[in-house]
Write a protein that binds this ligand. Structure first.
Ligand code: BGC
Length: 397
């Protein structure tokens, strides 16, 4: 009797233990499922999230906005300079990697930086002698590039805090950035109300829409200054990337990198990218223009100027398979091969950014247009609206 009582006790204990483990497994499975669902939820729905990126010396907080699409493509933008700090896109095996140069923290962007990922304004590229004339009045800008003015001056749009608004709809997520540049800021006339909207959609396209109005006649030429390295490995040079530029001509420069005013045919020169070719193929050729730019640092005259949005350029990294198409309505594109990167700036993944570890494709009006009578006008008058769009579309080949 004693024995059977004891065995009953064991059986009961065993049953209890069994029930307990069963329940536990069920709970674990349930939470596993929840996790899977929420992970699924995160990757199947496009969304924006925010986090603090750092503080300015004034104490003002800078926010990082992360736009994610349903394929998991990710773009991080900060409201300082409208800078794209990270851009993660998949390679041919579906592996997401960051393909833009930048810094890990805000500090990097607060010390002199080569405009990594920033919005450039009021005038992207160079203005000769930092001077231009509107209606007989001469305006003087900062000379921040030798004898010339570059990328908006000492405190251009890459160094101001933008007001950010998040927008989301069924197809895409957007970050709208607004900034009021006051009359005579950096020497430019007119209160310029500027809006730049970044939109990430589910076709892996990142659109940049620029809008501006002014209460006085002024000049405007906005652009985006991301340095791409589609390999996702910033210790590698970009010389194997294949570039196509939809242009039959480019704008030669003088010794200070100011356009001479000439439109030169690319045919038969190292500047011919009408069919895709490796950046490194002719970059070291004996060529006076390549010597001046220390590589490619020139504006190409895009074809079909009157056709609105069209394909301006493509970039392809054969190893990763990442392919980028650039569409724009602008007349020109500055192709810059990171010639001034010199291994002194710290890279995001460790190490430093060496010469030619990133390239820029900056859609824009031609450099120094305010002083070049044969270039399309960049004048913006009160009552008019400056409006232009560029898209960077990513896929694999
Ligand atoms: C210019 C280069 C310049 C670089 C960064 C590019 O847009 O074409 O000459 O060095 O920006 O400052």
């Amino acid at each position: 009797m004693n024995m059977s009582k004891r065995s009953l006790k064991y059986v009961l204990l065993l049953c209890l233990a069994l029930v307990f483990t069963q329940c536990k497994t069920k709970t674990e499975n349930a939470s596993d499922n929840q996790e899977q669902n929420s992970t699924k939820g995160m990757t199947t729905k496009h969304q924006i999230s925010t986090s603090e990126f750092g503080k300015l010396p004034s104490g003002e907080k800078i926010t990082k906005y992360r736009l994610v699409n349903e394929n998991g493509m990710e773009v991080d933008i900060i409201n300082y300079g409208g800078i794209i700090t990270n851009l993660k896109v998949p390679d041919k095996n579906g592996v997401n990697k960051d393909v833009v140069l930048g810094f890990n923290s805000l500090d990097g962007y607060l010390t002199p930086s080569p405009y990594f990922g920033a919005i450039i304004g009021r005038y992207g590229n160079r203005i000769a002698g930092g001077k231009f004339v509107i209606d007989g009045k001469e305006y003087t800008l900062a000379l921040n590039d030798g004898k010339n003015h570059l990328h908006g001056g000492n405190k251009g749009f890459d160094k101001v805090v933008w007001e950010a608004t998040q927008i989301s709809n069924s197809k895409s997520v957007s970050l709208q950035l607004s900034y009021l540049s006051k009359d005579m800021e950096e020497g430019y006339p007119g209160n310029l109300k500027t809006t730049v909207t970044y939109t990430l959609d589910n076709s892996n396209s990142l659109k940049v829409k620029y809008e501006a109005t002014s209460d006085k006649k002024t000049v405007v030429n906005l652009t985006q200054h991301s340095y791409f390295n589609l390999s996702g490995d910033f210790s590698k040079k970009i010389l194997d990337h294949q570039i196509m530029i939809n242009a039959d001509a480019f704008l030669p420069v003088d010794a200070t990198l100011i356009s001479t005013g000439e439109f030169r045919k690319v045919k038969g020169t190292p500047f011919n990218f009408t069919s895709a070719k490796a950046i490194g193929k002719e970059i070291n050729s004996e060529n006076e223009q390549l010597k001046r730019g220390l590589g490619y640092d020139h504006c190409w005259v895009l074809k079909d100027q009157d056709k609105g949005q069209r394909l301006a350029a493509t970039a392809y990294d054969p190893k990763s398979g990442r392919f980028m198409e650039v569409f724009t309505d602008q007349p020109g594109i500055q192709f810059y091969t990171g010639n001034f990167l010199d291994g002194t700036l710290p890279a995001k993944g460790g190490g430093t950014y060496a010469k030619r570890t990133g390239f820029c494709l900056e859609t824009q009006h031609f450099p120094d247009s305010p002083n070049q009578k044969d270039f399309p006008s960049v004048l913006l008058s009160p009552g008019e609206k400056y409006q232009t769009e560029t898209s960077f579309k990513f896929s694999v080949k």
